[in-house]
Design a protein around this ligand. Structure first.
Ligand code: UD1
Ligand code: CA
Length: 451
């Protein structure tokens, strides 16, 4: 809807008591991103121009996050929690700047889709003054009931005020609402608090709009999309629904997963076509996987980029800044952090590569460790193109192994190695002929025989 201006007001002032947490509720992550981040991201994707985020008192973490996630967002504090209409009115200054569409979203309802926001806006574009997002929960207890006649939404009745007949209605208020920008302030200023909770209910705007002869409609969303989070159990439900959606999207986009239900994706995981992911793989934030990459079972990735045809695992750990070149290989029990691995390089077993550059076609043997940290600073290890690092070597950074250089197994390398040179940095082998036989003879004479 490029021709209609828009404002989203995100309510995030909830205390979240039932989460039993020192973290504000909307900061609890789903797929590695705080819930409120999902809402801001979805709304941005749906083309919303402006944001106001309503936070509670002392919600510094929410403010800081929202300021980063949506830099243009206006942050307002609802000092006293006097109800949902009161919360929206905390953003009065943002509402005074004209917008065609105003959406009220909840920071604790992270699964709402851009398509649903677009459907809400379409109702406003077609002339409704208020649009309410409805759903049919399995158990409607606790939700406002939607009272409709001939396609017009007449009222939203809160559970506490509803008659038995109204309580029998299965169509409920998800909480998200859309308003024509011109009318929202006048409607909300008319809301009163003479109800069971003594709160200013946003939902009362529906009856007020009806009294003024304005068009009010309810549209229906899938219950899985509008589930709000009040408890850790609901947070886990939302995570599961999010993961299912993301897995389905990945499968449709050409990713093979043999057991998708065991693969956990992050909010920003990027998977290309023909990526193969074996069971039990975990993605933290910031991972990009290019075409044809194979991720074997039990791998854990965060902040990594895997280029075409790279192969990792089983049991690989890629930490932030791991960049795997085309057709490179990171095998079992290998950890890579802040390191560029060149095309075709192989690090096949039991290795730690941190703060390093590994050249194309290099071969890093089992048990190699970069000694990148002295307790104060991190230092760089450079392994040249085609270099060969023998097993069980320690490369004490800063250090460079030249192109084509060779490190003997078991070396502790503290000085640079020239290209094409061999470095041996271990005790020289000593051989004592016949020593073992003499030793056994001696023991046979002196040792008491056990009976
Ligand atoms: C609200 C709706 C109800 C709907 C339900 C869906 C009203 C009056 N009722 O009820 O029809 O079925 O959501 O979940 O709107 N908040 C503030 N400041 C306040 C009060 C609330 O920021 O002063 C925030 C809460 O943190 C929460 C949201 O607004 O995120 C909803 O408030 P809540 O008190 O939970 O409303 P419900 O009783 O659930
Ligand atoms: Ca609620």
């Amino acid at each position: 809807m490029p021709d209609r201006s828009s404002l989203a007001i995100v309510l995030a002032a909830g205390e979240g008591t039932r989460m039993r947490s020192s973290l504000p509720k909307v900061m609890h992550p789903v797929a590695g991103l705080p819930m409120i981040g999902h809402v801001l991201k979805t709304a941005t994707g749906a083309g919303i121009d402006r944001f106001a985020v309503v936070v509670g008192n002392g919600a510094g973490a929410v403010r800081d996050f929202a300021a980063k996630a949506a830099p243009s967002a206006v942050l307002v504090e609802q000092v006293e929690r006097l109800g949902t209409a009161h919360a929206v009115l905390a953003a009065r200054e943002a509402l005074e700047i004209a917008a065609d569409d105003v959406l009220v979203l909840y920071g604790d309802t992270p699964l709402v889709t851009a398509e649903t926001l677009a459907r809400m806006r379409a109702e406003l574009a077609q002339g409704a003054s208020v649009v309410v997002l409805g759903f049919r929960p399995e158990v409607p207890t606790g939700y406002g009931r939607l009272i409709e006649r001939d396609g017009q939404l007449l009222a939203i009745r809160e559970e506490r005020e509803a008659s038995d007949e109204e309580r029998a209605i299965g169509f409920c208020n998800a909480g998200l609402m859309g308003f024509r920008g011109e009318t929202i302030l006048a409607l909300l200023d008319a809301v009163e608090n003479n109800n069971a909770k003594g709160e200013f209910y946003l939902t009362d705007a529906v009856e007020i709009a009806n009294r003024r002869g304005l068009g009010v409609v309810a549209i229906e969303a899938d219950a899985a999309e509008v589930g709000g989070v009040n408890t850790r159990a609901e947070l886990a439900d939302v995570e599961r629904i999010w993961q299912d959606r993301a897995r389905q999207a990945a499968l449709l986009a050409g990713v093979t997963m043999t057991a998708p239900e065991t693969v956990f994706l992050a909010h920003d995981t990027k998977l290309s076509r023909d990526v193969v992911i074996e069971p039990n793989v975990f993605f933290g934030p910031g991972v990009t996987v290019d075409e044809g990459v194979v991720i074997h079972a039990f791998s854990h990735l965060t902040g990594a980029h895997l280029e075409r045809g790279a192969e990792i695992g089983p049991f690989a750990r890629l930490r932030p800044g791991a960049q795997l070149g085309p057709k490179s290989k990171v095998g079992n029990f290998v950890e890579v952090k802040n390191a560029e691995i060149g095309a075709g390089a192989k690090i096949s077993h039991l290795t730690y590569i941190g703060d390093a550059k590994v050249g194309a076609e290099a071969n890093v043997g089992a048990g190699t460790v970069t000694g990148n940290y002295d307790g104060y600073d991190k230092a760089l290890t450079v392994i040249g193109e085609g270099a060969f690092i023998g097993s069980n070597s320690v490369l004490v950074a800063p250090v460079t192994i030249g192109d084509g250089g060779y490190v003997a197994s078991g070396s502790v390398i503290t000085e640079d190695v020239a290209p094409d040179a061999l470095a041996i940095a271990r005790g020289r082998q000593v051989e004592k002929p016949g020593w073992a036989a003499r030793f056994r003879e001696l023991k046979a004479k002196t040792k008491r025989v056990r009976v």
